[in-house]
Design a protein around this ligand. Structure first.
Ligand code: PRP
Ligand code: URA
Length: 206
């Protein structure tokens, strides 16, 4: 299911990173902050377990997160979302998957993968700012599922209808979170209007 996250601060920061004049420092900072703001919505339904803590004044019946959360940024651009989310979910573990999209065929190739040992009980959140054709996201979901993950969420910032449709078709059980659903892909597979090449803008490799 597609969940569009709508918040004035997210819209404001997204306008900033879409702007072509925005440099690497502001792009990096605002991308990370958007991911941090999205953390509220992507964790909204995570179950809690009841616990008792001792405050300086007395006993308190309260609750804590009951599921482990594992973040999996898709290299490179997904790295820009990790700090924003771990600043909200400080106990999250982080795995990594490296995928590179061929500029001609638009097909992704996996070049790196390293995950925490047990993914089966965790809520695994794949992070990638861009959901374009959906090839990279679909490959990342497949790679994580193959390693035992059962609950997977895809957290992107800007998506194209083509990418959403592909992930929904190939992985109907994966919830997709987006801050914006844009118009379409251009002939080079870039999201229109999008924000350009997220990895290049994040790391200054334009
Ligand atoms: C970009 C982006 C996604 C992918 C999206 O990565 O960060 O991973 O393209 O496109 P898709 O939905 O059509 O697969 P890219 O392959 O350019 O690698 P990079 O992050 O290292 O620049
Ligand atoms: N990858 C990007 O970084 N940007 C796009 O618009 C499409 C794929």
């Amino acid at each position: 299911m597609l969940k569009l996250i709508n918040h004035p601060l997210i819209t404001h920061k997204l306008a900033l990173i879409r702007r072509k004049e925005t440099g690497t420092r502001d792009f990096r900072q605002n991308l990370s902050e958007i991911a941090g703001l999205m953390a509220y919505e992507i964790t909204r339904d995570i179950p809690l377990r009841e616990i008792t803590v001792e405050t300086p004044v007395g006993s308190c019946e309260t609750a804590e997160l009951s599921r482990e959360i594992i973040l999996v940024p898709v290299l490179r651009a997904g790295l820009g979302m990790v700090d924003g989310i771990t600043s909200m979910i400080t106990t999250a573990k982080v795995g990594h998957i490296g995928l590179i999209r061929d500029h001609e065929t638009l097909e992704p190739t996996e070049y790196f993968a390293k995950f925490p040992s047990d993914l089966s009980e965790a809520i695994v959140m794949i992070l990638d700012p861009m959901l374009a054709t959906g090839g990279s996201a679909s490959a990342a979901i497949g790679a994580i599922r193959k390693r035992g993950a059962k609950t997977i969420r895809l957290v992107c910032i800007v998506g194209a209808p083509e990418g959403v449709a592909r992930v929904e078709k190939e992985h109907p059980d994966v919830d997709i979170y987006l801050a914006a659903l844009d118009s379409h892909l251009n002939e080079k597979g870039y999201i229109v209007p999008g924000l350009g090449d997220a990895g290049d803008r994040l790391f200054g490799t334009l």
